[in-house]
Design a protein around this ligand. Structure first.
Ligand SMILES: *Cc1c(COP(=O)(O)O)cnc(C)c1O
Length: 394
């Protein structure tokens, strides 16, 4: 019996052909394919402007730095996320403030409100498994006069916004909906991941979906970020290639995290068939799990769709009622013994050495711990066959 993998990427002839075309085009780094991918992502999501980068992690950190987050500042994020969400806050010299989640795996809005202080600069909601957070509720927290009054702007961008920035970690949720809008267009800024295990891949990659309110000019922010993520150089490689156009200036001590056209080639093919094919298949798999497991009293099923939102079907996080962490580990071991790959999303940050050493204690996050202890994520990927799907259910 061959092992059923957890989430291999979909690599077919169309992907291979487009990457080969990029290789043969003579332009392999940031260029026409990356710019086209950005335009199509903007059109797909309905946000204002989109910048592609080499990872979601880079996108999150760049936006924290753009907003001027640093020493003495606090950033609120869930205890239940991948470490990237918190690591970027640490990189900037700010303090991550972890809050507990609700039963839908997403940050609990009442907990966000309780965590706000005069040092809070950014809230980073995570659309866990692809299910969007309640962005109207998060927006009402940052717009609450009592919260706005204690906001202390320290940079031009912070003054311009006049409130806490909502920076969504939308690594899981490309294509998800909230109140008839897609992620990317739901809040100030959303960052997507195109890592190999994500719904829409470019092997490695990410995108910053800008959707900043007035008086921000999102195209101007986009132009600044292009420079900021490419050494602070005022001309990119393609512009410098134009005849005689060799002179450049460095206007910032910029970063280096641009997307290559080889990666964008994969993304263009993925995006073109994302709604009509990838999401259809992922929905079918998740609906199959949902309809199968609902017959069992012990199964606690994830929200795939409710009155205001629909997931991107990135993960199927099943929870088992009334079990302990060690029982969960034993169940997983037995599933692996049947050659089915499963996973746990995620080990809460307060349980990881670095964050434990920073002083976080998992006993302060009872929902995150209980969720983690009883969670098993089932395989969801494009090439999962009907036979494999039955096997996983069994
Ligand atoms: C995958 C992931 C990231 C990081 O994405 P990269 O593109 O690998 O940087 C961030 N946050 C969450 C919740 C993720 O699952």
């Amino acid at each position: 019996m061959i092992m059923i993998p957890f989430a291999p990427p979909r690599i077919d002839q169309a992907i291979i052909d487009e990457v080969v075309a990029a290789l043969k085009s003579g332009w392999i780094t940031t260029g026409p394919r990356t710019k086209e991918f950005e335009k199509r992502l903007t059109a797909y999501c309905g946000n204002k402007s989109t910048l592609c980068l080499n990872s979601a992690t880079a996108g999150l950190e760049i936006m924290l730095r753009w907003f001027g987050v640093g020493e003495g500042d606090e950033v609120i994020l869930p205890a239940y996320t991948y470490s990237a969400t918190a690591n970027v806050v640490v990189h900037c010299g700010a303090r991550p403030v972890l809050v507990d989640i609700g039963s839908d795996f997403n940050m609990n809005v009442a907990n966000i409100k309780a965590a706000v202080t005069s040092k809070t600069k950014v809230i980073m909601p995570v659309d866990f498994a692809g299910l969007p957070c309640d962005y109207d509720a998060v927006l009402s927290v940052v717009n609450d006069p009592a919260v706005k009054n204690i906001f202390v702007p320290a940079t031009k961008e912070q003054s311009k916004l006049g409130r806490i920035l909502i920076l969504s970690d939308a690594a899981h949720s490309v294509g998800a909906n909230y109140k008839n809008k897609k992620t990317g267009a739901l809040t100030d800024v959303s960052v997507f991941s195109f890592h190999a295990v994500k719904n829409l891949t470019t092997a490695e990659g990410g995108a910053i979906a800008l959707n900043l309110p007035e008086p921000f000019d999102n195209d101007e922010v986009y132009k600044f970020l292009c420079v900021y993520t490419l050494h602070g150089q005022n001309k990119d490689a393609l512009a410098k290639m134009q005849k005689g156009n060799w002179k450049y200036d460095i206007i910032e001590a910029g970063y280096k995290c641009n997307m290559t056209d080889l990666c964008a080639a994969i993304g263009l093919v993925e995006l073109a068939r994302y709604d009509s094919d990838m999401l259809v298949k992922r929905k079918l798999i998740c609906d199959t799990y949902f309809n199968y497991f609902k017959q069992f009293d012990w199964a606690e099923l994830p929200v795939l769709k409710d009155a205001s939102r629909e997931t991107s079907y990135h993960l199927f996080p099943l929870r088992i009622k009334g079990i302990t962490e060690s029982m969960r580990d034993e169940i997983m071991k037995r599933i692996f013994d049947k050659d089915v790959s499963v996973n746990v999303h995620f080990i809460p940050l307060p349980m990881l050495s670095y964050y434990k050493n920073m002083g976080f204690n998992i006993s302060d996050y009872p929902v995150a711990y209980d969720t983690f202890a009883r969670e098993i994520t089932l395989p969801v990927f494009y090439d999962l066959t009907d036979e494999q799907l039955k096997m996983v259910c069994n």
